[in-house]
Write a protein that binds this ligand. Structure first.
Ligand code: MG
Length: 163
């Protein structure tokens, strides 16, 4: 059976905020006194996007392809992982990204000044134009782990098409 030419995917990720780490969102280093903790650079937004892409292509999730037990991925830029994810989509069925929509959930700091830079990074890595990459940020009105500044969450949806 031939698969349809379009598929959607969804991704979700959470990382803890700690002292002594850089805050990297969508490949952009954002000045802040806390950063996200993880085996890689813990770029929560890019991880959600990777999971959405892998999900759309039926390729599982980021943990399966880049296990956090593997020293090769220690401290790695998640933008590089995103490039690997795009290669996997191409290899598995000539899938390309049509568009992505993402929401970062963070109480602080203000993300708005960095959003176009983030979109530019993600557009480059996925081979899309910047207008196909939408990034939103929201607080949770001080409720829950994100609202209390204990961590950040990110959601992503994508549409991919077979070229
Ligand atoms: Mg993650």
């Amino acid at each position: 059976m031939t698969l349809p030419a379009f598929r959607t995917g969804f991704g979700y990720d959470v990382h803890r905020l700690v002292e002594g780490r850089k805050l990297i969102i969508g490949g952009v280093t954002i000045p802040y006194h806390l950063g996200l903790l993880g085996h890689s650079d813990a770029d929560v937004l890019t991880h959600a996007l990777c999971d959405a892409l892998l999900g759309a292509a039926g390729l599982g999730d980021i943990g399966r392809h880049f296990p956090d037990s593997d020293p090769m991925y220690k401290g790695i830029s998640s933008i590089i992982l995103l490039g690997h994810v795009m290669d996997k989509l191409k290899d598995s069925g000539n899938w390309q990204l049509v568009n992505a929509d993402m929401t970062l959930v963070a109480q602080k700091p203000k993300i708005a000044p960095y959003i176009d830079n983030i979109r530019d990074n993600l557009a480059r890595s996925t081979g899309c134009s910047i207008d196909s990459i939408n990034v939103k940020a929201t607080t949770t009105e001080a409720l829950g782990f994100a609202g209390k500044g204990q961590g950040m969450a990110a959601y992503a949806t994508v549409l991919i098409w077979r070229t």
